[in-house]
Design a protein around this ligand. Structure first.
Ligand SMILES: [Zn+2]
Length: 257
């Protein structure tokens, strides 16, 4: 996580939960995740709740969720982390009951063919989190030019950003795939790649890709028929004023759980 970008704590009432629990592979083990939608008097937000914490939240109750990290695609949402503690507390009296911004036109579609695919990636130092621009091929170690720490290339945090031209329903669309969606997909499908060329080639020959999109942004991907049903159109939370003021631009997104 980038320096100066700390975890957040919110106290809010659970308005509803998403149907179904999804299983995600996180560092080699399967972990359950479920989205809940919470609100206080200022607004609402989606909280991705992981693992044992899912059992701890009931619709209609108010909780304090500590140590959440913030994610941002189209709308801001938060996710629990291993540090998160969920504590029941007194009812929030005036909850804004219509706070949750429904995501505009989220559609789930099958991709007929990926025509072009571009995968860019940046690596960041495990110590100071600054970007490491030059990582040579077939090298085991790299020295951070900012903090001077030498480290194993395999331990660098890699963040991808991809663009694809996908043919769907006789239409070609240019779509953006951000790092969390891509790495989520790799986890779900058990995929590992050593370089960006392999990622690009994987998608070019991938014949069963099913994606959920909002405008030109991919928000979820799976391989048709192998993963569970796509829960497309899950509404996400609107931006709570507090978060909007605190986190205004695109945020660094880390692998959370
Ligand atoms: Zn460094």
């Amino acid at each position: 996580m980038a320096p100066g970008f700390g975890p957040v704590t919110i106290t809010a009432k659970v308005i509803r939960r998403a149907s179904g629990v999804k299983l995600h592979s996180v560092r080699g083990r399967m972990v359950a995740k479920q989205s809940v939608y919470v609100a206080d008097s200022t607004g609402g937000i989606e909280v991705a709740v992981w693992s044992d914490l899912i059992e701890q939240v009931d619709v209609g109750s108010t909780y304090t969720f500590s140590d959440l990290t913030v994610r941002r695609f189209h709308v801001t949402s938060v996710t629990t982390t291993v540090q998160t503690v969920v504590m029941c507390c007194d009812e929030v009296l005036s909850v804004n009951e219509a706070p949750i911004e429904e995501e505009a036109a989220s559609k789930t579609m099958d991709v007929d063919e990926v025509l072009q695919f571009r995968c860019n990636s940046v690596s960041s130092c495990g110590s100071c989190h600054k970007m490491i621009s030059e990582v040579g091929e077939n090298v085991c170690f790299v020295k951070c030019t900012v903090c001077g720490m030498r480290q194993k290339v395999k331990n660098l945090a890699v963040k991808y950003s991809c663009i694809m031209n996908a043919k769907m329903a006789n239409e070609v669309k240019k779509l953006v795939i951000h790092n969390p969606v891509l790495t989520d997909f790799f986890d779900k499908e058990g995929l590992e790649f050593t370089d960006n060329d392999s990622i690009e080639e994987y998608f070019l020959v991938c014949s069963k890709l099913r994606i959920t999109v909002i405008e030109n942004e991919v928000t979820d991907m799976c391989i048709k028929g192998e993963s569970g049903p796509v829960t497309g159109g899950e509404p996400s939370g609107s931006v709570v004023a507090l978060m909007q003021s605190k986190f205004c631009s695109d945020l660094p997104v880390t692998k959370d759980m």
